[in-house]
Ligand binder design. Structure first.
Ligand code: GTQ
Length: 349
């Protein structure tokens, strides 16, 4: 035994390590995520978010965000190993100054309808339940109406691939020279051009990795879910679950983050399911419970509107709905599928 320890010490000075001591954890039989299931109750965190609103301006903070940190990744600004999530607050009259970065971002609007975001020269008004994309390396600034014109605090969920780009050491960022970028297209232009089941004749999707639509409005999404739940079938595991797509390719809306919206009808008792993409959930409507298990551990997350939770890879989850429940969620599934490593399992009871 001592011979081996001496040997390990000797080779450590040469930056060498014996694989045989760690092979089983490096190449596990199945995922053993350090990431933990966790739940953020909106009513509990909201007062703290509003406190930040009086402590620091958006101009100083650049982005006034409370990061949702996984308990297993404290200090790492990560909600899963690959993804970042945070709740951003913009107060009436504020501008979050324009910048761009190679990290892709999504915004999922949680509260308030008086803010807008500008992406690539076009503005869009943000409404609760809208899913908005800031593609990699596009300038973006956010703003909110002044109080005298009805501006209220607006909160949205930010989802970014920050940990993934850190892993690749591929992060670049720069500020726009002014707070706001110039607007070069009218509001609604992208949606008319790409979101009406038509595409411009010359549009070439082959070299673009992100959807040309950057606001997927909730009104449309909700209406589709309602029609589909009426028409059925309602899936025993997922209820009525849809993924957001790039209409030009049928692929994911974003290259690194998969986004989903699902409706669980009142009284729904879902069957258990697990997959390898750790998932962040934002509750849009309704009350219910997420029951998460792994081995002999169980987490019960009773949820309501605006609550958030994270379901780590290879943890089993099932949903129960008291009311009609609508859930938005996102994960790194596009990356896992591109690499051919994504796995999922529908379980019985
Ligand atoms: O809105 O640009 O939550 O750059 C983190 C980094 C938001 C943003 C975040 C960002 C942004």
């Amino acid at each position: 035994m001592n011979d081996r320890l001496n040997y390990y010490q000797d080779i450590a000075t040469l930056q060498l390590a014996p694989l045989w001591e760690s092979l089983h954890t490096l190449v596990p039989k199945e995922p053993a995520p350090a990431v933990q299931p966790h739940f953020w109750h909106y009513d509990t965190l909201r007062p703290h978010l509003m406190r930040a609103g009086s402590l620091i301006t958006a101009a100083e903070a650049v982005r006034r965000v409370l990061v949702l940190e996984n308990p297993a990744l404290t200090g790492k600004a990560s909600i899963t190993q690959s993804l970042y999530a945070g709740l951003q607050l913009i107060m009436p009259g504020e501008i979050a100054p324009s910048h761009r970065h190679t990290q892709s971002a999504l915004r999922f609007i949680v509260e308030g309808s008086t803010a807008w975001t500008a992406v690539n020269g076009e503005r869009t008004q943000m409404h609760p339940g809208d899913f908005i994309i800031t593609p990699s390396w596009t300038f973006h600034d956010h703003g909110n109406r002044i109080e005298a014109e009805g501006g209220v605090p607006v909160v949205w969920l930010d989802g970014l691939d920050i940990p993934m780009l850190r892993f690749f050491d591929a992060g670049f960022a720069e500020n726009y020279p002014e707070a706001e970028q110039p607007l070069t297209r009218a509001e609604g232009d992208s949606f008319a051009r790409y979101g009406a089941n038509m595409l411009p004749l010359e549009y070439d999707a082959s070299y673009r990795s992100t959807s040309p639509i950057f606001n997927y409005p909730y009104a449309r999404t909700r209406e589709a879910l309602e029609t589909l739940r009426r028409n059925g079938p309602v899936d025993d595991w997922h209820g009525v679950k849809m993924r957001y797509v790039n209409p030009a390719t049928g692929g994911w809306a974003m290259p690194t983050i998969g986004t989903f919206m699902q409706l669980l009808p009142a009284g729904f008792k879902g069957k258990p399911y697990r997959n390898t993409d750790g998932t962040v959930v934002s509750v849009v409507e309704g009350r219910g419970t997420a029951i998460v298990t792994r081995g002999d551990r169980t987490w019960r997350f009773p949820f309501g509107p605006r609550d958030h939770f994270v379901l780590p890879s290879w943890h089993t989850v099932r949903f129960e709905a008291e009311d009609d429940v609508v859930l938005f969620s996102f994960s790194d599934r596009p990356v896992q599928q591109a690499l051919g490593i994504h796995r999922e399992q529908r379980l019985e009871a």
